[in-house]
Design a binder for this molecule. Sequence first.
Ligand SMILES: [Zn+2]
Length: 269
Amino acid sequence: MISKSLAVQSPHLRVAFFAMLGVAAMAGALNGAMALGSWVAETTTAAPPAAPPAPKVEVAEPPPPPAYQFDAPLPGRVINSPFGLRQMPWEENGRLHEGVDIAAPGGAAVKVAADGVVKAVGVSGSYGRFVEVMHKGGLTTTYAHLKASAAGVKRGAYLKRGTTVAYVGNSGRSTGSHLHFELRKGDKALNPTLFLGRSFADADDLPLKAAGKVSRKVHVATVSRWPDSVVKAQMAKGGAAKGLAGADGVKITRTKSGRVRAQIPVVVG
Ligand SMILES: [Zn+2]
């Protein structure tokens, strides 16, 4: 009787024993009872056994990233010369300032405003050292008067928004250390302030029309120094300039130390 009963029971005992071994091994592999519990829950609630064991994502998906997102190229620094008609103190008429000027000390890191591909890295008489970056939807951004472009920034390089693209300088036709920043759609200059710090779901949301408008108001620029070429030309005229920037009678004199002094009458109103 005893031997018969053992013979009957032993396979069950063996199964139970191996089942326990299996559970113990599994528990060890999954590193704890919690992991085992979740594994059990997943396997028991899984789709029909025939289906491939694809992981089921129950977490709500975040919304897709905005199609267009623009950040300030010099975060925390202010625009000290806006987009629009601007007159330099030595000029007779206003000209379109096709971007914004952001004052910053030389060497400050300039961040690329949006994801894009470097279109050009170069030097020009007016821009000085500049970098142009191409973005989605035919938009481009230009960073000018640079001290230098950043390492690895060459034509064709892909830059994620916020990557350092260059360093602030005073190259080209510039009257002090600052960044001249432009945003264009094709050839048309747009007012960057309507883009910076904003995101847009798709191309239709871009404020292209509003940003392309130029106010009739002429902004007279405040400059820290006059270009030498202008000073020389004015000195050749006898040291007095007329018809300048609504400031007739600007007097330019050169002091003994060689410094240039410009006296500009203040117009109130
Ligand atoms: Zn500028």
